[in-house]
Every structure is written in C-alpha cells, then in structure tokens.
Write a protein that binds this ligand. Structure first.
Ligand code: ACM
Ligand code: ZN
Length: 528
C-alpha cells in the first residue's frame, strides 16, 4: 500500500515533450461545464485556435470554472505558462505559438473524467527550429493527409514542416508559367504499379499534384498551428521529373522520363541533373522560385543540393566552358564539379536573399565555398553537421542514424513493413543530442533538429503514420527539452497515456514500446 502511494506521488505528469518547469499542487480543476475566456488582445489567429479548442473539448459551458487565455507580451515568443487551480486555469503567452503549445499541454493534462490536476507549468523550447519533413514527390499524399500530419506535428510542439515537393519521381507543385511541370512531372510514376501495391494492404498514390490554392490551404492551416512551411525545390540533382517536362533543362537535351520508384531505375540515383552551363536553366529556376515565394510566405526556401550526379556536366560543352571561365579547380573542399554545384546554389541563394528569403541546403554543399547566408541541413551523419558548425554555418541536424524515419523501427524484418535496410529504433531517436561533440560557441550554430520521412519505399498514408508515431514523440523531446529534463523511463511511462490521444484521434502508431511489432495487415520483407 505504501509503495503504491509512493509511486503515485512521485510519478511525473504524463506530458510529452516534458515541460521545463512543473510544480504539482493539491486538487484538480473540473473542466465539465467550464467556460473559456480569451483576452480581447489575443490575435485573430489565436482567438480562432482558442475557440476551436473550446469547441472540441466542449468548454463553452456556463459553470463558474473558467479557463482564461491572457496575452503577456513580455514573454519570449514560444514560451507559455499554465496555472491550474480548483476553479480557474490561467494561460499566459505572448504569441499564437505560445497559446498553441499551452493547448497541447492542456490536451495531455485533461483526463478521461475531464479533470485537470492543479499544477504550475512554465515552459519554452530548447531549439527554435523543430522540424518534420515529408517526401510528397515519390508518393502523392492528399491535402487532408498533409493537414492531419500538421496536426500531429503541432500536438508534439513542432514548428516547421519541410515539404519535399520535387524529385526524379514526381513534380508536385503547380507552377503557372511552366504548366508541363505538373502535366508531365506529376504523372507517369506508375511503372508496374502491381510490383508495389501487391505488398501493401492500403492504397498508394503515385500521381497527383498540389495546386497553388492547395498550398495556400496548407500554409494557412500550418500558420494557425504555429508551423512554418518550408518548400523544397531539390536541385540540381533529383530533377528528372522537371527535365521530363522541359528537356532543355538538362545537358543533353533529353528525352527524359519521370522515374518510377519501384522500377529498375527507381533505386540509386538518376544520372542526369540540371545543366548549370546554360543561362536558360537559371531563368527557369528563378521563375519557379518567384512563384514559390508568392505562395510560401516563410523566411526559408530549401534548394536541395544533395546527391547530384555530375557525369553529364563533364561531357557538356557549356558546363566545361563555365567551369573554365569561373577558374574552378579541385581543392581541399571538393572537385571542381562539386564547386560548380556550390557556385550554382550560391547564385540561387543570392537570388533568394535579394527577395528577403534565406536558403537551406543539404550538407553536400560543404564541398565548396558555400555562401555564408545559407543554412546547412546535415543528413549524412553527425560529423557533417559538426563540420558545418565549425565553419560557422547555421545548422539543422537530421542525421540518418537518428532522424530518418523511413528506416525500420526494429530488426524484426519479417514483421516490419518494407523499409530501408538501416534501423532507427525509438530509443536511439530519444537519446540523440543535436549539440553533442560541439564546443559551446559551435553549439550556438545548431538552430535545431528535424526528422525526415522519405517515401521511396514507404507507400500509403497509414504506413507514414506508423513510421512517424511514436518516434516523433521521442524526437519532440530531443527538439524541445533541455537535456536535464530528458528521462527515458519517464518518457516511456508517459507514452502509456499519450497513446490514448493517438487512439482517440484514430492515429496509426507503432507499438514497439508495448511489445508489438508491425503494421497490422502489412506483412512484407525489407528492401535490400
Ligand atoms: C537525402 O536524404 N538525400 C537528403
Ligand atoms: Zn551542362
């Protein structure tokens, strides 16, 4: 009996990511019939978010109990405070984001019986950039699914959605000046569909695109949740779908075909890349970026720069002439062809900067004299991120070994759905520290961390959710919690409660934490 009571007293509130400061008090607040009051000074956006919460949880009653949202402009942008007492819940924040995060915490505090334990919480994140990525080029996912994905991200207090919209296998974004990008680039990735679908119990969409109105809808939904959307136009490699539409973008002039993800050419990298030797390539990209900037209001645009095969450049008279005229030579950073790619990215980064935006690029761009304005996204390992920070670039860490959610969640390959051959189990995600191996000064360059969801192998929306949850919960503590506040045991037992929210919202999630492996009905071998 005593042991049991002791356990009850010391168990932390089941909050994920765990707040910076939590002080539990006696008693609880009964939310049944309570009413919500939003300060008249809260922004229109916050008022909408608060009203939605009140409606969803039927908090528009007439009882004395009150939940009050108050603007406190002196608080840091993403901070929030919650004070729960027997008859009142007070929430303070200086921005919509603070209110959104407070609401997520309240959702986790609300028990099935509508009681909120009395508590004082003061909270703010460790990192300002807390991202999640989704590859919508290899597979097409509906706008409704993207909005659900954003809801899941917001529940875990993330603030950046990295939307991978273009690749060898699909161009998903309507660009009015170049209609063939979607007419050709969003279709054709069908090959022998049966190869893949026969392995999947859920439907897989290979074709489709987002209109500019779809993008506006996604961006608006994200803004309400405090999430910035970063579009990625991945160049100069990973561009076959665009080159299939406009063959003059390549060195040879084509013809090119949209590549099918499960066909013989779906694995490995495409040989053809955009031709930097022709001025028309830059006109095209700048036109595309101008339309991108007109529909994505955020500061960052992702320009890619990963895995570019340069064989054609060495055989292309225009590319060879450009390398010579720029005087590029192999050096300690990389080959002259790698430096040509970095030169190309620098030129486009400057174009973005002239338009008040900032480029993010994959870490291959360290293989040349990358312009100082670019932020590096470190994916190939922890080392590349360290290298970028030491060279003074801002870095977002998303190393394959810890943050690639397209990798299998366990080594039980016969039970796991098809995935890449690596394993990224939830505990390895949890124990990642994006600033490890860096001095204090270097660590300041790490602006945050992101997990990536590539969909070359992953198929359906259900499968994406299975790969996302609950690893995203673990990653949210990497992104949000100060190191002292991380505790694997506390996290695991909290997830027993957090999963009730997943169940209530019909989310599909992996159950390795509870001793079950695999996606129900999905019984296929790993990709070798
Ligand atoms: C990447 O995973 N190719 C950035
Ligand atoms: Zn060329």
């Amino acid at each position: 009996m005593h042991t049991f009571m002791f356990a009850l007293l010391v168990a932390a509130l089941p909050l994920v990511p765990y707040p910076q400061y939590v002080k539990e008090e006696r008693g609880s607040f009964n939310a049944s019939g309570a009413h919500v009051v939003a300060s008249a000074k809260a922004s229109e956006l916050s008022a909408a978010v608060i009203n939605e919460f009140a409606e969803q949880y039927a908090l528009n009653g007439s009882e004395r109990n009150r939940i009050s949202f108050r603007l406190r402009p002196s608080m840091p942008e993403e901070a929030y405070a919650i004070k729960v007492r027997k008859h009142v819940v007070k929430i303070h924040a200086s921005s919509n984001r603070g209110f959104v995060y407070a609401i997520q915490t309240l959702k986790q505090l609300l028990t099935a019986s509508n009681e909120i334990p009395c508590v004082t919480i003061k909270d703010s994140p460790r990192f300002g950039y807390r991202g999640m990525h989704l590859d919508c080029a290899r597979k097409y996912y509906s706008v409704d699914f993207i909005k659900k994905y954003l809801d899941i991200m917001a529940f875990h207090k993330l603030n950046v959605f990295h939307w991978h919209l273009t690749d060898d296998h699909g161009w998903r974004l309507e660009i009015k000046k170049y209609p063939r990008l979607v007419e050709v680039g969003a279709f054709g990735n069908i090959g022998s569909r049966a190869d893949f679908d026969s392995l999947a119990p859920y439907p897989v969409e290979y074709e489709g695109y987002y209109t500019q109105d779809d993008v506006r809808e996604v961006v608006e939904h994200a803004a309400k949740l405090g999430i910035n959307v970063i579009p990625e136009i991945d160049l100069p490699g990973h561009m076959t779908a665009a080159m299939a539409a406009y063959p003059w973008l390549g060195c040879t002039g084509g013809p090119y075909e949209v590549i099918h993800v499960v066909g013989p050419r779906g694995k490995g990298l495409a040989r053809d890349s955009l031709c930097p030797g022709k001025e028309s390539t830059f006109e095209f990209i700048e036109d595309v970026l101008a339309e991108v900037m007109s529909i994505f209001p955020g500061k960052y645009i992702h320009l890619g720069g990963d895995e570019c095969i340069k064989d054609r450049w060495a055989e292309c008279p225009e590319c060879c002439a450009l390398v010579d005229s720029l005087g590029l030579q192999d050096n300690e950073l990389g080959t002259k062809w790698q430096q040509l790619e970095v030169w190309m990215i620098n030129r486009l980064s400057e174009f973005l900067a002239e338009n008040g935006r900032k480029a993010i690029v994959w870490d291959e761009m360290l293989e040349g004299a990358l312009g100082g304005n670019a932020t590096v996204m470190s994916w190939r390992g922890v080392e590349t991120g360290i290298k970028a920070a030491k060279r003074g670039y801002d870095v977002i860490m998303c190393p394959v070994s810890r943050a690639y959610f397209d990798y299998s969640q366990s080594g039980f390959y016969d039970k796991e759905p098809k995935a890449f051959a690596g394993i990224v189990p939830i505990d390895s995600v949890y124990f990642y520290d994006p600033q490890m191996g860096l001095s204090e000064a270097e660590a300041k360059h790490v602006i945050g961390a992101q997990a990536n969801m590539w969909c070359d192998v992953i198929g359906s929306e259900e499968y994406v959710e299975y790969m996302l949850l609950p690893r995203l919960a673990a990653f949210s503590e990497v992104q949000w919690c100060k190191l002292d506040n991380k505790d694997w045991g506390r996290f695991k037992s909290s997830m027993d409660v957090v999963r009730n929210y997943y169940d209530a919202n019909g989310y599909i999630y992996a159950r390795h934490l509870w001793g079950v492996i695999g996606l129900p009905g999905y019984d296929s071998p790993i990709e070798n």
